[in-house]
Design a binder for this molecule. Structure first.
Ligand code: ADP
Ligand code: MG
Ligand code: MG
Ligand code: MG
Ligand code: MG
Ligand code: MG
Length: 768
């Protein structure tokens, strides 16, 4: 959750006086970072790591309740205390961090994985299992660290253990007590400052899942509370009919996600990786969907993203370009009567009756800001080495306001370090105000510190984060410090360590394949934004088609990926046990480097294409591949050839490789140890089998063979005898659902696991 400076946090009205100071010095710090690292780092290793967020849930089988535990946050100290804890960071290679919620934990590997080593991919799950075990061992038996994306009844009466009342001044929420917020002063201050900057409480409205008995009104909103002025906001337009209304940061930042950070060899490679992953973000959001329930309601969407986005949306009414609630300021303190305002919000009538341009209190023109500081990315980075053959300026096609001063400072005064794309990127991040400032940290040494930069950087919560190295004192051995990294942030957390390891490895291996094969994935960024919306929809993984680079324009030689579907693993492993040597196995099929070995001709290729069209390839490599779901094809926009099902993007289609073949090939070519008798190596076989099963999970979710977590949860609720077909998830139903998720997490119930994972994976999981 970014930096945790100690000290006295400033209230918004104090803090805002230093906004310009933080930005100005933050940019100097950024320039110093670039001076130190842009040129000097040329060959950093492909290291990577995951972040898993847990919720501590107090499960009471007698009372049949499952509640968020808000008084066990001391375990973080225990977990991180080298003297006292079981966690033994060095030995176990696990590390725990605080998160927004007092009921939350974040766990990471203590030092990153080596992404050039197959063994390390297979080790990820073990590391995750250990994190869960160790945190469990620090907790009473009835409290489970669960990896739920959203707690189904967060914000309902009595959703915490021990109980707490929603009367806190930091959030002023009608539903969430301040006692759910991390005790560190940074977090309540962040909560309050977002509300104060915005000029109102945040307001999130999720469409209810309409069922036959659903009352299309959120009847959980208290009508008569008179504790804070903001209590009346839902009745002034903050709450929308037919929607579940949420009014506090905790609804979003109290959800859990899975993040992956990867280190590139240099800044150019990091920029190309960032760009290439941008179109992948909505696809992985859709594939990892795990949150169909909020505030005790089944909602008509499957993911958390827009909830978090709304939960930290600190933009004023005027920045959002909406009418303020009656009697509310457009922005910090200036009263503007909305009847006397031009419809385009550019002018207003002042107290003397004159039309004036809208300006902030300090006289600057007001900038409209289209998106929350938590949202999808707005600009590609286009490096000059790898992206340049693919990138077009028109791909950066959405309106992304800039901090002009910052843009000028970077691109005009430091053009060698910041080309226009980098300048653009940071100038866009720097339109935001710092949200929490500690009085002791206002003045910093820009030559050795970078907290002001990090302050702005780490409160721009986007689908991807371009992470520059930190600033180090002169003489530091930079090769031992983190370099240019890209963080992948859209994924929802999954119930089991197996799934979280699968999604993490998938993403890291995909990044490795991107760096290796240099595909062209660029599409206009506006299309990615459309995809983000599509990814929210119920069962989007099967029901929607997503914009993606035309499969014939990836700039890959598709032939080189023939044979690298999931059956590659079986061929590699089985043939390895043959009397035949490893090399000979491939004489009759495909060589490891992917080229057809013998008799390659146009006829062969035609036969192959025929087989991919469903006629059955003689070698059977594509047997079992699912055709694209026809119903989905039918709803395609006519004539648009760049929308694909997630299945096509992940598993390929009749002509093109799909992302999984890129991954299989990078494993086959870059991650296998050299030597001709690999398959006699039991450990290698085990590791490959594990990774194969990760890809099977992703592949099967993409094709619809098995459900997403969100789909499974929704079905569970809809089919429960406790469900009254009114979209509501009662306390009893919440308990029943949480119990089932625990059974899945702990691999307890084979029938349940089969419904969730399908037979093949269940077989694998329960026999290991
Ligand atoms: P944040 O919350 O700011 O994203 P964390 O420290 O919680 O940062 O997580 C960062 C992740 O990056 C962890 O999984 C960590 O293992 C990983 N990591 C650390 N160093 C490197 C590195 N040099 N390259 C890639 N990943 C790294
Ligand atoms: Mg986190
Ligand atoms: Mg973290
Ligand atoms: Mg973080
Ligand atoms: Mg979070
Ligand atoms: Mg992170």
């Amino acid at each position: 959750m970014g930096l945790l400076s100690l000290g006295t946090p400033l209230d918004w009205h104090e803090s805002r006086k230093h906004n310009e100071h933080v930005r100005k010095n933050g940019i100097i710090q950024l320039i110093n970072i670039f001076k130190q690292h842009s040129e000097s780092r040329t060959d950093d290793k492909f290291l990577w790591g995951d972040e898993v967020e847990y919720m501590l849930v107090d499960v009471n089988p007698n009372a049949k309740t499952a509640r968020l535990s808000i008084d066990k946050d001391y375990i973080l100290n225990d977990l991180n205390d080298p003297k006292k804890s079981l966690h033994k960071s060095e030995e176990n290679n696990i590390s725990f961090h605080p998160e927004y919620g007092r009921f939350m934990l974040e766990g990471t590997p203590a030092s990153p994985y080596d992404g050039t080593c197959l063994k390390d991919y297979a080790y990820v799950e073990q590391n995750m299992i250990l994190r869960r075990k160790v945190s469990e061992s620090e907790l009473p038996a009835h409290i489970k660290p669960l990896t739920l994306t959203a707690f189904p009844r967060m914000g309902c009466p009595n959703f915490t253990s021990p109980p707490a009342q929603p009367i806190g001044p930091a959030s002023q929420s009608l539903f969430l007590p301040d006692e759910i917020i991390n005790r560190h002063v940074r977090f309540p201050t962040l909560t309050a400052n977002i509300r104060k900057r915005r000029g109102a409480k945040v307001a999130i409205n999720l469409p209810m899942y309409p069922d036959i008995n659903t009352k299309l009104i959120d009847d959980s909103i208290p009508k008569d509370r008179d504790l804070f002025l903001s209590d009346k906001e839902p009745w002034l337009g903050a709450s929308k009919p037919g929607h579940v209304y949420m009014d506090s940061m905790g609804f979003g930042m109290g959800s859990s996600c899975l993040q992956i950070t990867m280190q590139a060899k240099d800044i150019n490679e990091a920029r190309y990786l960032y760009d290439s992953l941008a179109p992948i973000t909505p696809i992985m959001l859709s594939l990892s969907a795990a949150s169909p329930i909020f505030k005790g309601y089944l909602v008509n969407q499957d993911v958390r993203w827009n909830v978090v986005s709304g939960a930290v949306d600190d933009r004023t009414f005027i920045e959002r370009d909406v009418e303020p609630y009656t009697g509310y300021d457009l922005f910090g303190g200036m009263h503007v009567d909305k009847r006397q305002r031009l419809p385009n919000n550019t002018q207003y009538v002042n107290e003397f009756g004159d039309w004036c341009d809208l300006k902030t209190k300090d006289g600057k023109p007001i900038q409209k800001v289209p998106k929350s500081r938590y949202d999808s990315i707005d600009n590609y980075l286009n490096d000059h080495k790898y992206s340049t053959a693919y990138f077009k300026d028109e791909y950066n096609d959405i309106y992304a306001p800039l901090n002009e001063k910052v843009y000028h400072h970077l691109s005009k005064e430091n053009p060698k370090l910041f080309d226009k794309y980098l300048a653009n990127h940071f100038a866009h991040l720097f339109i935001r105000d710092p949200l929490v400032l500690f009085s002791e940290r206002i003045n910093q040494d820009n030559a050795t510190e970078n907290d002001h930069f990090e302050n702005i950087q780490s409160t721009n919560w986007q689908t991807l984060r371009f992470k520059p190295p930190a600033l180090y004192p002169e003489g530091t051995d930079l090769s031992k410090t983190p370099g240019w990294r890209v963080e992948f942030r859209p994924m929802e957390i999954q119930l089991t360590d197996f799934e979280n390891a699968a999604y993490s490895c998938f993403l890291s291996l995909l990044s490795k394949a991107i760096i290796r094969f240099k595909p062209n994935f660029y599409i206009p960024i506006s299309k990615i934004e459309k995809n983000m919306k599509l990814a929210h929809n119920v069962d989007s993984v099967l029901e929607e088609k997503f914009w993606f680079k035309s499969l014939d324009q990836w700039n890959l030689n598709h032939r080189e990926f023939i044979g690298y579907d999931l059956s590659w693993f079986d061929r590699f492993l089985n043939k390895g046990n043959d009397e035949l040597g490893f090399d000979e196995v491939y004489v009759n099929g495909y060589s490891l480097n992917g080229a057809l070995v013998n008799g390659e001709s146009e006829d062969d290729l035609a036969a192959l294409n025929g087989s991919l069209n469903g006629n059955g390839h003689p070698n059977g490599f594509y047997r079992g591949r699912r055709r694209t779901i026809d119903a989905v094809n039918d709803i395609d926009d006519q004539g648009i050839d760049e929308r694909y099902t997630v299945n096509e993007i992940i598993n390929g289609n009749d002509k093109f490789p799909g992302l999984i073949r890129l991954i299989v090939k990078v494993i086959a070519t870059d991650l296998l140890p050299t030597g001709s008798h690999h398959c006699e190596n039991k450990e290698l076989a085990k590791n490959l089998t594990r990774i194969k099963n990760y890809l099977v999970l992703i592949s099967n979710r993409a094709s619809g063979k098995i459900p997403t977590t969100a789909h499974w949860m929704r079905e569970y609720v809809l089919n429960s005898p406790l469900y009254k077909r009114d979209s509501k998830v009662s306390e009893a139903l919440n308990y029943a659902l949480v119990e089932k998720t625990i059974d899945i997490t702990d691999f307890k119930d084979k029938e349940l696991l089969t419904a969730f994972f399908g037979e093949t994976l269940t077989q694998y999981l329960t026999s290991n």
